[in-house]
Design a binder for this molecule. Structure first.
Ligand code: FAD
Length: 378
């Protein structure tokens, strides 16, 4: 365990980094989180948080808060995008906790608030890391620096920490984009149509995932996967338009047409991924989440894997203490690699829940019920 002196630095206060910080602080470690953004901002998007994640939220006492602001669908429906025929009706209850769909910004606000006051530092963009064997010098673009005993890279798909470990390498553009739009439910009242709590509309080469992002069901959200040959922009996303959406989903079901007609603003995001990394840690540096195993988002489990990583890394550090970080990092990778790689590959293939199947391997998973495999036993 910690002797109270060793310092842990987390780079990135995204969905994985913020939870890692809180879990480690609850376990008694001295943790600071450094985020490049100048302040918290409410990105316009929704996110699924499955029972596998809610079990982790329970440990840090935020599960009820998250449920309180979420829609909690009883089923995931899969439907043919053109005929509307159901291809799967998958129950989302019975996996040991609640299935939530929520506004991503509202979720992140709860996660960041759970950190100890004064330990989340905005405007700190990592510029350089120097692991000198005794500790790590962390230099930020604003000219300031800090030292830590270990550094957790939770800095997303373009991770600077990953680059320090493995060299510069751009992620692979998948050939697909995701459109994202939030629609006020008031706009949908005029239609004589049923807007289901959580439904994925499937076409031969594209899809639209739709769900509510609030407990009041006053905000409906869609996110797509649509083929797009190349990503020619420098920015993380660009504006799309109702016309582009109409062209992309021409001939699709009337519910999809109603959603497009009700769209005021829609953005378009490139979907990137990476091949599994040859290593997850080196020396005093370790990766989690998208920095380590990014994926196309089609299983709605990317952030979930980041949060499971955070929980497992915390367990391993509790087991060994920061001083024996090498053993902790080895244990962590041993106990996470297979599951993260499996989810990454199913998500990239975009086959999850297209047909009726049992998702218990994803949602029923309880990271605290798993016994730790040792490196040699793996
Ligand atoms: P991120 O959440 O990306 O956080 C990284 C953080 O690091 C950011 O705050 C960033 O500003 C910061 N950062 C980056 N570089 C630096 C630096 N140099 N210095 C300091 N800070 C830095 N996942 C789900 O589980 N469910 C879903 O429903 C879902 N839907 C998705 C829909 C779309 C269209 C997309 C693109 C993804 C979706 N995902 C979903 C995936 C999910 O968003 C990611 O897997 C998740 O955000 C990864 O969490 P993370 O903490 O690893 O990285």
């Amino acid at each position: 365990m910690s002797n109270g002196k060793e310092k842990i630095a987390i780079i990135g206060a995204g969905l994985g980094g913020a939870v890692a910080g809180t879990l480690l602080q609850h376990a008694g470690f001295d943790v600071n989180v450094y985020e490049q953004a100048p302040a918290f901002s409410r990105l316009g998007a929704g996110i699924h948080m499955g029972p596998n994640v809610l079990k982790i939220f329970e440990r840090i006492g935020v599960d009820k808060k998250v449920i309180g602001i979420s829609s909690t669908p009883s089923h995931w429906f899969s439907r043919d995008g053109i005929t509307g025929e159901y291809t799967a009706r998958v129950p989302l209850e019975g996996y040991g906790h609640t299935y939530c769909t929520v506004h991503r910004g509202d979720l992140q606000a709860i996660q960041c608030d759970a950190l100890q006051p004064g330990t989340l530092h905005f405007g700190k963009k990592l510029a350089r890391l120097d692991d000198n064997g005794t500790d790590v010098l962390i230099e930020f673009e604003d000219g300031t620096s800090v030292r830590a005993d270990i550094v957790i890279g939770a800095d997303g798909i373009n991770s600077r920490v990953r680059e320090t470990l493995l060299g510069e390498e751009k992620p692979n553009y998948s050939g697909w984009v995701g459109h994202r739009a939030l629609i006020s439910s008031d706009k949908l009242k005029k239609y004589d149509l049923t807007f289901e709590d959580c439904v994925k509309w499937w076409g031969p080469d594209r899809h639209m995932m739709v769900y509510y992002t609030t407990a009041r069901r006053d905000e409906y959200y869609y996110v797509t996967g649509v083929p797009h040959p190349a990503w020619e922009f420098d920015s993380a996303f660009v504006d799309s338009s109702r016309d582009e959406m109409a062209a992309s989903f021409e001939g699709y079901h009337p519910i999809i047409q109603a959603l497009i007609e009700s769209t005021d603003e829609v953005t378009k995001w490139p979907l990137f991924n990476r091949n599994p990394l040859p290593l997850w840690s080196k020396g005093r540096l370790v990766l989690l989440g998208d920095a380590c195993h990014p994926m196309k988002p089609h299983m709605a489990q990317g952030a979930a894997m980041a949060i499971e990583d955070a929980a497992m890394l915390t367990r391993c550090l509790q087991e060994t203490g920061v001083i024996d970080f090498r053993t902790a990092f080895g244990l962590y990778e041993t106990n996470r690699r297979d599951r993260a790689t499996r989810v990454q590959s199913v998500s990239n293939a975009n086959t999850f829940l297209l047909e009726q199947e049992d998702p218990a391997w994803v949602y029923g998973y309880d990271i605290y019920a798993e016994s730790l495999k040792s490196e040699t036993a793996a």
